[in-house]
Design a protein around this ligand. Structure first.
Ligand code: HEC
Length: 171
């Protein structure tokens, strides 16, 4: 019986590991590598887009989160990565007053490297991966121009829309 139990535990561990492993995701047309650890980044803020019914979480890598918590975001330091992960919204089946994430739409990232990305005039690299199969967005490196055009109103805020949400009491 003990042996059967051990085998069962082993089998479930293997299944979990297999689910966690993701296939290699191709880089964006501008050469930005998909940040495969992004689900472990920390939350900077959230947003809810009411016109297209999507929920978004704005995440930062360790460099970006340190800067955000210290209020040192103008400009954001080199090495910062900001991520925006977007899901369609759905009313929570067990409590309809809450809206929660449904289908994954896309994840997009800004990578601050003032030398590497000086060429596009922002100091940020811009890239998006679309759908559950994480297809890189855009045909060539000019794909980032579309991002930059829409982020231009916040050019004076280092091209970033998000104001870090307060986390009172956090160390
Ligand atoms: C139609 C306008 C628009 C376009 C196009 C756009 N963005 Fe944004 N982006 C926004 C807005 C508005 C926010 C603020 C968060 C929110 O409410 O969704 C944002 C937020 C972000 C954030 C979080 C940091 C921040 O600025 O707040 C990242 C990362 C980001 N966008 C990357 C991209 C990338 C990469 C592209 C191009 C592939 C892109 N965006 C294209 C409007 C746009």
């Amino acid at each position: 019986m003990k042996r059967v139990l051990t085998l069962f535990v082993l089998a479930s561990a293997v299944t979990c590991a297999a689910q966690a492993a993701s296939p290699a995701i191709p880089p964006a047309p501008n050469g930005m590598v998909f940040p495969a650890d992004y689900a472990d980044w920390q939350v900077i803020s959230i947003s809810h887009r009411v016109d297209n019914h999507t929920l978004r979480v704005i995440l930062g890598n360790p460099v970006a989160v340190k800067a955000a918590r210290a209020g040192c975001t103008s400009p954001w330091p080199d090495g910062s990565m900001l991520g925006k992960v977007v899901w369609k919204e759905i009313a929570k089946p067990t409590w309809k007053k809450a809206i929660v994430p449904d289908r994954f739409v896309h994840a997009e990232f800004m990578h601050k490297d003032s030398k590497r990305w000086a060429g596009n005039g922002t100091g940020w690299g811009w890239a998006r991966w679309v759908g559950a199969d994480y297809k890189p967005y855009g045909k060539d490196a000019s794909a980032g121009q579309e991002c930059i055009a829409c982020h231009t109103p916040v050019k004076g805020n280092d091209w970033v829309f998000t104001t870090p949400a307060p986390f009172p009491g956090a160390e």
